[in-house]
Unconditional design. Structure first.
Length: 337
């Protein structure tokens, strides 16, 4: 049984999610102590419990200590079974993070699966649906499997209530190299809002337009039904030939619309100023499939603490090493060996 200290590295829920996925793929049980020990409120939160429950369901697994607030779990994997599954976080907890937990095990299954995930789709503490659909899943498709995701209904924090549907057609993961973005194809800035004054989204777009040298037609505002709010997100998208970067800024009480836009634009500018393939959040997501493929290379702007922690967990389960090397350009290259 693999022993993991959940307070090491970034000390968050990613350790739990990656360990569950790796356990189901390899058939190796694990114990995590000090779950989310690096967080202000340690222990399992509702969305982590849902993610582990999903892993237990698709992988015929058992888990001791599976309660909200638990600081220790013991996970014993079983046989992964493809099928149709519906998982509800019950709050605005991220549907995308639940998907992250079960996607790779189902990619290795013997037939297609369909997931219905309900909860948060646009949550400031997790990649929004748009990032998953446009940045992450196209890379998985290039590696062999086919994964399509549909946003049926958005779910903002704190209300939640969102719904996504995901179809997974398994195939062997092949190692690929992702070193070049290719030419810039398109750019867009979209402010979505529901149940809040329209002026908030308008101010985000006005600020983004001032700071980005993008054509006027790249900027848009979209109002969602009031019943889906309150909520607000600014999505900046830069589509290249081989990858799409999606940067998000979330509106919240006490933070001006201008500040939301400025922060998002700053992050996008950092990516555009680099020649790296993956932004920091995409790099976090790619480590697991690249490791399971047995190799591959990608470049990223700068590895996050999430990435280093993910690499450490991966190395506990697989005979693989995930090494980051800084390049003369300032970007970093990830090699799976």
């Amino acid at each position: 049984m693999i022993e993991i200290d959940g307070s090491e590295g970034e000390g968050g829920g990613q350790v739990v999610r990656n360990a569950c996925a790796l356990s189901l793929v390899t058939g190796t049980p694990f114990r995590i102590t000090n779950v989310r020990g690096g967080r202000e409120k340690p222990g399992l939160m509702r969305q982590h419990v849902t993610a582990i429950e999903a892993a237990c369901t698709v992988g015929s697994a058992t888990c001791d200590g599976l309660t909200v607030g638990s600081s220790e779990i013991i996970f014993r994997p079983g046989q992964v079974v493809a099928g149709e599954y519906n998982f509800s976080v019950g709050t605005a907890g991220s549907t995308g993070l639940v998907l992250q937990t079960v996607l790779m095990p189902l990619v290795f299954a013997d037939r297609p699966s369909r997931l219905v995930l309900e909860g948060g789709t646009h949550n400031m503490l997790a990649p929004p649906f748009d990032f998953i659909a446009k940045s992450f899943l196209p890379i998985i498709d290039r590696m062999g499997p086919t994964v399509t995701a549909r946003l049926v209904r958005p779910g903002f924090y704190p209300r939640g209530g969102g719904r996504i549907e995901v179809d997974i057609t398994p195939a062997p993961l092949r190692a690929i190299d992702c070193l070049e973005r290719g030419a810039l194809v398109d750019r867009s800035a979209l402010a979505m809002f529901a149940g809040i004054p329209p002026a908030v989204a308008d101010r985000e777009i006005v600020t983004a337009r001032k700071l980005l040298d993008w054509p006027d037609e790249a900027f848009a505002v979209r109002e969602l039904p009031e019943s889906q709010g309150p909520g607000n997100i600014l999505l900046l998208e830069a589509a290249f030939e081989h990858v799409t970067e999606v940067v998000s800024g979330f509106g919240k009480l006490g933070v001006s619309a201008e500040r939301v836009a400025q922060t998002a634009v700053s992050r996008m500018a950092g990516y555009l100023a680099s020649d790296a393939f993956a932004g920091p959040y995409l790099a976090d997501q790619l480590l697991l499939p690249f490791a399971l493929a047995g190799g591959g290379t990608f470049t990223t702007v700068k590895p996050s603490q999430h990435s280093y922690t993910a690499a450490a967990v991966i190395e506990r389960f697989l005979d693989r090493r995930c090494g980051f090397t800084q390049l003369p350009s300032g970007a970093h290259r990830l090699d799976v060996r």
